[in-house]
Design a protein around this ligand. Sequence first.
Ligand SMILES: Nc1ncnc2c1ncn2[C@@H]1O[C@H](COP(=O)(O)OP(=O)(O)OP(=O)(O)O)[C@@H](O)[C@H]1O
Ligand SMILES: [Mg+2]
Length: 290
Amino acid sequence: MSKDYYLVLSAKYRNNMGENTLIELKGLTKRYGYGDTESFALKDFDLTIKRGEFIMIMGPSGCGKTTLLNIIGLLDRATSGEYILNGEDVAGISARRQAKLRAKKIGFIFQNFNLIEDLPILENVALPLVYTGYSKTARLKNASNALKRFHLQEREYYFPYQLSGGQQQRVAIARAIVGDPEIILADEPTGNLDSRSSHIVMEELKAIHEEGNTIIMVTHNPALTVYATRVINMLDGHIDTDVKTVADANLPQPISVKIKKRQKPETKIELPKEEEKKKTKKHKKSRRKK
Ligand SMILES: Nc1ncnc2c1ncn2[C@@H]1O[C@H](COP(=O)(O)OP(=O)(O)OP(=O)(O)O)[C@@H](O)[C@H]1O
Ligand SMILES: [Mg+2]
């Protein structure tokens, strides 16, 4: 695409540019240790992220990818620098407020799925809603709807160990989107999957992106960058290369939410059949014994 085309686009959409900025990181530094042991996971890091981007972050082990994702996800704090989320400086806000914002706006997907082994997958998916004020029934109803989207509704009362890696990661994606967050952060989500399951997971992420969500994903697999609208290569805590493959003006716009908010369940939630209940209790007991 020619430079002129970008200039025309930027003139056309100049008024929207500010509105479309979701995240701004300015001079972000993450330091570990002091004196002789001092090291920097991120150094003077600047990045602006627009709504609807699908960013893939690549780079050698130890270059700061997970550190960056954890800071964006409000799981970790930078040592210095600014983090502006939706126009609000969130770097210095209290841990309590960070947790609230995280629950409302951010969904996480991890390499090792991070599901709770002792909970059926329905309850795993419902977990992020605990902080949002939904009733338990509404939480389970929403979780059930999210699982339906990934064709896992038949397995609501299975435990994570009863599922394949690919299915577990789809449960984890359902958990990431159940609260209808604006930002999905994924740290090597296909790192533990075979190529077929990786493909299925990437197609799900693609669909979530096309609904207008912003995705920031770390990967070591260059083949997956075909899904990205922007590829950032990091090196020693800074950006080495940053390539946009889709112009900002062509990014997907948010469409209606996937799961209705705060809905009251119209139908009573289906509880496990008696045998399943017994099985669940038995399973819990046998796990406790171990
Ligand atoms: N708690 C910690 N204490 C000290 N150093 C740390 C800590 N956490 C991370 N680091 C260092 O920060 C740097 C960046 O780590 P990070 O986990 O972000 O790398 P990464 O790019 O995600 O690597 P990988 O591809 O292996 O996952 C590394 O040099 C690491 O050793
Ligand atoms: Mg990492």
